[in-house]
Design a protein around this ligand. Sequence first.
Ligand code: ADE
Length: 254
Amino acid sequence: MRIDIITIFPDYFAPLELSLIGKARAAGILDIRLHDLRSWTHDRHNTVDDTPYGGGPGMVMKPEPWGEALDAVAGAPEPGGAAGPGAVPRLVVPTPSGTPFTQERAKRLSEEPWLVFACGRYEGIDSRVAADAARRMPVEEVSIGDYVLAGGESATLVIVETVSRLLPGVLGNAESAVQDSFAAGAMENLLEGPVFTKPARWRDLEVPPVLLSGDHGAVDRWRRHEALRKTARNRPELLRALAEGGMAGLDRTD
Ligand code: ADE
């Protein structure tokens, strides 16, 4: 997968050199390219923002650098025609006013060959930028949660990490097996319960004996029970959603 990130803070993305994503890049699974928006400014101060039309607080990112950046990175508009098959990226614009980012959405994005992220700062990017881009490529405004970050960079890191670990070959075997059982099993939409490793007794705390029993059925039932308990405690609305789906997934408790 190719990922282009346009930002005024390319250094923000240093973590993408590390760990799973760094390895995936080195292995050629992920081709991540960073672009400094200011390289498409033409004034002495490399200006990327201006005051909002209609008044109000803060600054808005100017359309001209963004238009040039997207033309350069995502392909210039072709006179009277769309780009060839496979040549059109999907533009992702992280913004608190976007539609929610979910695991399901990450899965869908992971199936795209090419994503371009436009990281806004200040009060956001002049709305004509997305409108113009949408004439040539699919555009998604994405929110990672109901809170306001200082800019789209940290949201982009979240989305890139979530999408990348779903790419074939990025996770090791052990981790992908866990992922598979989640995807296939009825535990989907429940929070993961507590996990333990050796030693079996640490300070005065014991690992639940069922996990040492070797009884896989009992372990599965215990995990499901703990997942339900944790979900009820931390995310009760998820259980209500499960219940509304015809009690699906709740029929195997107790
Ligand atoms: N930019 C600022 N806040 C954001 C959020 N919650 N999600 C995505 N992008 C953002």
